[in-house]
Design a protein. Structure first.
Length: 66
């Protein structure tokens, strides 16, 4: 299987620009991908895209205090 993946540096730059990044796991595991975006770059339009083009499950990391 010939797959092309971006470099980590490219993903970090995409996060900084507020773009979605697809992160995939190993083909021998679940073989699935997740759509990531920096929370501070989220907009109503981007959330709508996320909900419309994924399973609709949104996960957010939070501090222990929250």
């Amino acid at each position: 299987m010939n797959q092309k993946f971006s470099k980590i540096e490219q993903a970090i730059e995409a996060f900084a620009r507020g773009e979605f990044v697809i992160v995939v796991d190993d083909a021998d595991r679940e073989n699935e991908g997740d759509l990531f975006i920096a929370a501070e770059k989220m907009t109503v339009e981007k959330m709508s895209f996320l909900l419309s083009h994924t399973s609709g499950v949104v996960c957010v990391s939070m501090t222990g205090e929250r």
